[in-house]
Write a protein that binds this ligand. Structure first.
Ligand SMILES: Nc1ncnc2c1ncn2[C@@H]1O[C@H](COP(=O)(O)OP(=O)(O)OP(=O)(O)O)[C@@H](O)[C@H]1O
Ligand SMILES: [Mg+2]
Length: 235
């Protein structure tokens, strides 16, 4: 299975570095989480992986390949799907149309249909609401649409940027259960979150990012028992 390795990456915007010498490994088959407060550099790390904010120093390896100089669509085409911060569903399109967008690199309609069926098995509610305008769905349902759209790419690695942001506690819980379920299907997950407690509960390994640096790392179990992590992120 494919591994993602971020090795000593420093990058940022304009003249300012936001990430400093960041090294993380995402083990195939696992859920790896990146925890950190607002502005820690979590989204920038995802942008670096996707080639949107490429490394200024260091390297990113995926599936045995150095991603240096790779275009974003090539990186996505190699099996990395991203569910962006704020979900970014298209409100005036139906649920089915939003989902179909996730399969934009696939042209075989039979294969697209079978992916859709698989997404509907995971989210029966989306099947019931297939023809509904996504903007009229609840926040939790829109979160399902965004995750479903990511799955439509049939990724090896699903990168999810703060899925629980703006959701009510009930939906947050449901969302994390869905991510666990997706991982159990064999999809590797890189989960970026501020909600440390529930994230660590479903993760295998994790990293804590603070001001663009990795300040703690280990198994999810060890991180959830780490006093500094607890006082900084468990409220
Ligand atoms: N497009 C950009 N141009 C300039 N600076 C940026 C840009 N995006 C992010 N930054 C800066 O980089 C730093 C890290 O931001 P980033 O979005 O990676 O943090 P984050 O951990 O994802 O935060 P949040 O939890 O609020 O989403 C911040 O200081 C931010 O202001
Ligand atoms: Mg962010």
């Amino acid at each position: 299975m494919s591994r993602l390795s971020v090795k000593g990456v420093t990058t940022g915007y304009d003249k300012v570095d936001v990430l400093h010498d960041v090294t993380i490994d995402v083990e195939p088959g696992e859920i790896t989480c990146i925890l950190g407060a607002n502005g820690a550099g979590k989204t920038t790390l995802i942008r670096a992986i996707l080639g949107l904010t490429p490394p200024r120093q260091g390297e990113i390896w995926w599936d045995g390949r150095n991603l240096a100089g790779e275009k974003t669509h090539r990186i996505i085409g190699s099996g990395i799907a991203c569910i962006p911060e704020g979900r970014k569903v298209f409100p005036r399109m139906t649920v089915a149309e939003n989902l179909a967008l996730g399969a934009f690199l696939e042209s075989d309609s039979g294969r697209i249909r079978s992916r859709l069926e698989r997404v509907y098995e995971i989210f029966p509610r989306l099947k019931e609401r297939a023809a509904q305008l996504t903007g009229t769905m609840s926040g939790g349902e829109q979160a399902m649409v965004s995750i479903g759209r990511g799955l439509m790419a049939e990724p090896k690695l699903l990168v999810i940027d703060e899925p629980s942001l703006g959701l009510s506690p009930l939906y947050v819980k449901e969302n994390f259960q869905v991510i666990k379920q997706i991982n159990a299907l064999g999809i590797t997950v890189l989960l970026v979150e501020q909600n440390a407690r529930q994230t660590l509960a479903i993760s295998h390994h994790g990293y804590v990012l603070s001001q663009g640096r990795v300040v703690a790392q280990g198994t999810a179990q060890a991180l959830s028992e780490n006093d500094e992590v607890r006082s900084a992120y468990f409220g």
